[in-house]
Write a protein that binds this ligand. Structure first.
Ligand code: SAM
Length: 432
């Protein structure tokens, strides 16, 4: 199975190319040397990542053609919207009607939605978000792979199971050879077109080593590489970009500077924000968001989190529930509920309808095994599958009982594709 559909180059203007998919045209940034009009390519996240032979492309397209339009039909049916709901308050209906029509909501309106408790109103909120997702992004759903390369961390976050203060963690650091082999398998054998490398803030790798790993992956296999190594330093972001990294996953964790300090052992939020701003200026695709349910977090904070992610030019929003880890200072605090998580996802979709890719996080699936389906029907359109070697997965113990921890990548792919097909989604990155 492949997570991208080949597109045909229709026009080239310097580094910008127009790619055509079954009649739809998208723009992408090209970094390949030998591209001509008429060539077939894979594009991800707005970047051309690989040229493919015409016969190969045409055979993949002929398989996709019917399925592609059939899936769109199913998605369209599932995202129909009916705003005639008697059990929903007039105020809520007014706000949701404005949202569905694409009119900008005031802060007060969004707060009303975030405080809403009525089940029918919430169902309608999720439907509006799903309607907007379909309207702007059609049925595409990104399926990215993640490799967790090390669980060493010099940070001391009060929520995180792999923080430096947790002495009960068995630490691991994958060697360059292991990382390259895991990347090869993910790209070559399992078809991932975008791969995220993640670790704690681990000074055990020099920045040159990390850059070399990115360089080697780029030199050997066609994929878009995202990194998530924490705060690597502003200059090092540039080094990693030059090596070939094109996406940065860095959550700001909370938009509330006081809460951030409490949650991170005294760190300053401004440093994370500076990384995110610099990364955007360098050309990275930004994946960011926050932890929902941190002790002391208010509903206003949640709203500010969504606005901050937007302000930071999130290409993809990543909001996950805080889950209490027994060996951390935040142990015993309750997790955010699925309902709160779905509200945040739906509101992110409403606030940034046309642009946002919204991730269903593993943490959300951990608190609710059906959450992937529920979130995809509440505005989300992106999933990340765990391609870390099985032997290391239990050691990347951010919180207990992580979803999919014991599932092989083959099983994750099969289940994901099954779910996406049942919802009429195509596992593609078309909405570039
Ligand atoms: N070191 C990198 C960083 O700082 O962004 C990436 C690794 S960090 C462990 C990845 C994410 O895990 C964090 O951004 C945080 O939101 C999430 N996380 C850590 N502990 C968690 C917990 N107890 N519950 C839910 N998510 C958690």
């Amino acid at each position: 199975m492949c997570y991208a559909i080949p597109g045909k180059i229709e026009a080239i203007a310097e580094k910008t190319v127009v790619v055509e998919y079954f009649g739809e045209k998208r723009k992408a940034y090209n970094e390949l040397d030998d591209l001509s009009v008429g060539d077939y390519v894979y594009a991800q996240g707005g970047f051309v990542i690989q040229k493919i032979p015409q016969d190969e492309a045409e055979s993949i397209l002929s398989v996709w053609k019917e399925t592609f339009f059939d899936l769109q039909e199913v998605d369209l049916k599932l995202s129909r919207l009916d705003l005639n709901q008697e059990s929903v308050s007039k105020e809520c209906l007014r706000i949701l009607d404005n949202a569905a029509e694409g009119r900008k909501l005031s802060r007060e309106d969004i707060l009303v939605l975030i405080k809403e408790k009525n089940k029918s109103a919430l169902e309608l909120l999720f439907k509006v978000a799903n309607f907007l997702r379909q309207k702007h992004h059609k049925n595409s759903c990104c399926v990215h792979g993640i490799i967790e390369i090390s669980n060493y961390c010099c940070a001391d976050c009060a929520y995180c199971g792999i923080s430096r203060s947790n002495k009960n963690v068995t630490r691991y650091r994958m060697s360059q050879k292991e990382i390259l082999e895991a990347a090869r398998q993910a790209i070559e054998e399992h078809g991932f077109k975008t791969l995220l490398l993640q670790s704690g803030e681990d000074s055990g790798y020099s920045i040159e080593e990390l850059a070399e790993i990115v360089r080697q992956i780029k030199a050997n296999w066609p994929a878009l590489i995202f990194i998530s190594f924490g705060e690597v330093g502003l200059d090092n972001l540039e080094l990693l970009y030059t090596a070939g990294a094109r996406g940065l996953l860095l959550r700001f964790e909370t938009s509330n500077p006081k809460l951030y300090k409490q949650a991170t052992g005294g760190k300053d939020l401004s440093s994370r924000i500076a990384h995110l701003k610099k990364a955007y200026a360098l050309g990275y695709l930004i994946i960011t968001g926050s932890l929902i349910g941190l002790p002391g977090q208010s509903e206003e904070d949640l709203l500010n989190d969504i606005f901050l992610a937007k302000e930071l030019h999130a290409e993809m929003y990543s909001f996950g529930p805080f889950i209490s880890h027994p060996q951390t200072p935040f142990t015993g605090n309750p997790s955010a509920s699925t309902e709160t998580m779905l509200k945040v996802i739906a509101l992110a979709r409403i606030i940034d309808s046309a642009h946002a890719k919204i991730l269903v996080t593993t943490a959300l699936e951990t608190i609710n095994p059906d959450a992937r389906r529920e979130a995809l029907l509440a505005g989300a359109n992106s999933v990340m599958l765990n391609a870390t070697p099985l032997k290391y997965r239990p050691l990347y113990n951010l919180y207990p009982l992580r979803a999919h921890e014991k599932e092989s990548i083959e099983v994750q792919i099969k289940d994901t594709i099954g779910l996406l097909m049942s919802l009429g989604r195509s596992p593609t990155d078309l909405s570039v």
